[in-house]
Write a new protein. Structure first.
Length: 419
């Protein structure tokens, strides 16, 4: 998505919530450096399609902004910097570490490509962001990088080893955002359930969240980005059960529902682990809503294996699905495995999305008649505690929290009336 203001840096962000956060860091650095006529493309490398879209966007931007300085950064640029450096439309390529350093945003450097070895990075600095272009919610980086090596994933080579932001820096960031008027914060990272082992005292994610909520009592709503269901600590379990400010919505990195495919993906959980996790969470928080990431058509996946994934949607009670047809990434072990036909991948992804749409429809219908708390995103559109979209019928201030009763479902969204 592209965001621009007059005499302001223009930023085009692809990919994850962590990229959204880092785009705001870069916006601040570029603004402080006086760079009004700069376009920053923050790329994603999670799929080949994401990279294709980034390159297409870069070419389009050059046609539209012939005199602008175009800077390309993000995971795709980190993994294959020379490819982006060779594009005639690009003025500069910055790595994922360099893009967050203020000194990178001064005068154009002598070298077009500034990308270091991300595997050598040992620390993740906190970057205080005073606000976000989207006034509804703020994303906070608490962790960076990944030490796991899932066979389909190139992201560790774009983000480096797992490293955590100190708890005090996280608290300071959230306090500043609450003071600036934000009512909802999302804790994000590449693998946030691996938070803490590199910090003094080796705190866990749950301990960090508990201390954050205790030290920022005025924060009304907290969300967590994608979780690994096998790495939940005792403090986080207690928060799920007892902390109303932790929203009843968890997004899980599941990827598949067949044990052989999970093993070939080199995931750390089994099918039974995923089901047991969802059952335990629901016993502690009956109104919970789950989202999940899935890959359809992973190499060697048979129809029977896919059916196991399809059934997991119902067995885990999942609602919000992010489904990707498998995309081979050069340099990953999965790219060397026997591939599933591309048409079959797309067909399975469509079936999985259809199952998700049915589950979503059931979830929305079950909310009719219930009172909900709504974070307004823009005009009359907002999201409930469970991350369901709802229209309230009257324009309201973005970022405000409103109480409403759900009156129905229209065009895939809830409708509601203010209380």
């Amino acid at each position: 998505m592209s965001e621009t203001l007059s005499n302001e840096p223009e930023i085009v962000t692809f990919g994850c919530r962590l990229n959204t956060y880092e785009s705001e860091v870069m916006r601040t650095h570029a603004r402080n450096a006086g760079l009004g006529d700069v376009v920053i493309v923050n790329t994603c490398a999670v799929t080949s399609e994401a990279e294709r879209q980034a390159r297409q966007t870069i070419r389009k931007l050059r046609r539209e902004r012939p005199d602008a300085r175009i800077v390309v950064t993000g995971c795709a640029a980190q993994i294959d910097p020379q490819r982006y450096g060779a594009m005639p439309e690009v003025d500069q390529v910055l790595g994922n570490q360099e893009k967050l350093q203020p000194e990178s945003w001064g005068l154009p450097p002598a070298e077009k490509v500034l990308v270091n070895d991300i595997m050598s990075v040992k620390e993740t600095a906190s970057h205080l962001v005073g606000g976000f272009e989207d006034r509804a919610r703020a994303f906070i980086q608490v962790q960076q990088g990944c030490d796991h090596r899932c066979t389909f994933c190139i992201i560790p080579y774009g983000r480096g080893p797992s490293r955590s932001v100190p708890i005090g820096a996280v608290v300071e960031q959230v306090q500043a955002l609450v003071k600036a008027g934000y009512n909802e914060v999302v804790l994000s990272g590449v693998d946030i359930t691996s938070f803490g082992p590199d910090l003094p005292g080796t705190p866990t994610l749950g301990q960090m969240v508990r201390r954050l909520l205790a030290l920022v009592p005025d924060l009304p709503r907290l969300r967590l980005s994608s979780l690994d269901c096998i790495e939940i600590d005792d403090d986080l379990w207690r928060l799920i059960e007892n902390e109303p400010r932790l929203m009843p919505h968890l997004h899980l990195s599941l990827q598949a529902g067949d044990d052989m495919i999970l093993k070939r993906m080199k995931r750390r959980h089994s099918r039974a682990d995923a089901i047991a996790f969802c059952e335990k969470v629901r016993s502690l928080r009956p109104d919970i809503a789950f989202g999940a990431d899935f890959i359809a058509g992973f190499p060697t996946e048979t129809e029977e294996m896919f059916e196991n994934t399809l059934r997991l949607v119902e067995e885990c009670g999942l609602t919000w699905l992010h489904v990707f047809p498998y995309s081979p990434r050069p340099g990953t072990p999965a790219a060397r495995m026997p591939q599933v036909d591309g048409g079959v991948r797309k067909e399975r992804a469509a079936r999985l999305r259809a199952a998700g749409a049915e589950a979503e429809a059931r979830t929305l219908a079950a909310l009719v008649g219930h009172e909900v708390s709504v974070l307004v995103e823009k005009e009359d559109l907002g999201r409930t505690e469970h991350f369901a979209e709802i229209r309230l019928g009257t324009p309201l201030p973005a970022g405000s929290i409103q109480r409403a009763v759900v009156t129905g479902v229209r065009d895939g969204k809830l409708t509601g009336t203010l209380l």
